[in-house]
Write a protein that binds this ligand. Structure first.
Ligand SMILES: [Zn+2]
Length: 348
């Protein structure tokens, strides 16, 4: 009897998937992990908060609960001198995500990412990267994930290595593999993003595409090329900052007020608007992006808009804006006194 995978079943039935990411930046902003090393220590120190953010993102429309194991790999834990909690942290993050996914009827995903030790043409470095990816993949499979997200790779080579690890040790678990797009329109190892994605698709990734790095405006042109090059589902998860032709990535953004690089602490000076997210989501839907989501800078008010455009009606939609109920901007007959007394004139 053929076994069915919930993730593949979901994609084939509903045709698309809305995915909330951005946990790392959000917990840094709230004061529960450090910018720099960016290790998700909050998983062990405040598991209740991680659970609550998973629930909030589902409330806002995410179809997926992604275990918060981004940068919870051996190298990053070494940086902060906490290699000893590597396994505990990974297992805890997976358990929290699983609990929320079961309770909310959403999909449960594992998460691996750029190792920061991978060096092309260096077999020893590649072996180290492979080992690090393997241990996280095995923990995710053991926890019973529906699929594994392998993301934020600057190079096709490392993305391909991650996919190989999932294929070898994932016991058939489907892989979503996404590259992080830099300022140039090619990967660090010289492939066009469309070519890299096509190759990953051919090598067996269930979904391929881009996450992180670029904001909505600058990620879209690359997605158009990827859509043309790939046959299967494609993924797009931009950051929530206004990148432009001049500054294509969040890492290159410059605060116009200070002239200084904004990454990472001054990125709030560049947040996209909700209307930006609305337009972007519609464009992705029209383009045929099946796996849509948001990365660094994400918050539930952005997620809800994206989910609505993709046809979801999550609980948070009950509170979607309705300015007709506003005393100043709403129905003039209902809020008659305010308007007839001329008070409105003072505000404009
Ligand atoms: Zn990101």
């Amino acid at each position: 009897m053929a076994t069915t995978n919930r993730f593949l079943e979901w994609l084939s039935k509903r045709r698309n998937l809305v995915v909330a990411e951005g946990y790392l930046f959000e917990f840094e902003r709230r004061g529960y992990l450090k910018a720099g090393a960016f290790v998700p220590e909050v998983v062990l120190e405040h598991p209740d908060l991680v659970k609550a953010l998973h629930e909030e993102f589902v409330h806002a429309g995410s179809d997926v609960v992604l275990a918060f194991t981004y940068y919870a790999h051996r190298e990053k834990l070494c940086v902060i001198g906490k290699e000893d909690v590597l396994e505990t942290l990974n297992k805890k993050a997976l358990a929290i995500a699983k609990e929320v996914a079961i309770a909310t009827g959403t999909l449960f995903a594992g998460n691996i990412c750029n190792t920061t030790v991978y060096v092309r043409d260096d077999e020893k470095a590649k072996e180290k990267a492979k080992f690090m990816l393997k241990e996280q993949v095995e923990w995710a499979v053991e926890a019973g994930v529906d699929f594994i997200v392998a993301e934020t790779f600057d190079e096709y080579g490392e993305a391909s290595l991650a996919l190989e690890v999932i294929k070898t040790y994932g016991k058939g678990t489907p892989a979503v593999v996404t590259l992080s797009s830099g300022a140039r329109d090619i990967t660090f190892d010289g492939y066009s993003y469309a070519e890299a994605c096509r190759k990953l698709e051919e090598a067996g990734a269930a979904v391929v595409g881009l996450n992180c790095g670029r904001g909505p405006e600058t990620i879209l042109p690359l997605m158009k090329e990827i859509r043309k090059a790939c046959k299967g589902p494609v993924a797009c998860l931009p950051v929530l900052y206004r990148t432009s032709e001049q500054y294509k990535t969040m890492q290159s953004l410059v605060d116009p007020k200070t002239g200084q690089k904004s990454f990472p602490v001054d990125l709030p000076a560049h947040f996209v608007s909700r209307t930006d997210v609305l337009k972007f989501s519609q464009e992705c839907k029209d383009l045929g992006v099946e796996y849509i989501g948001l990365c660094c800078g994400n918050s539930s008010h952005y997620m809800r808009i994206m989910a609505e455009i993709y046809g979801r009606h999550p609980p948070a939609c009950r509170f979607s804006p309705d300015m007709s109920q506003h005393y100043m901007c709403g129905d003039k007959t209902r809020f008659k006194n305010y308007h007839t007394e001329g008070l409105m004139a003072h505000k404009n």
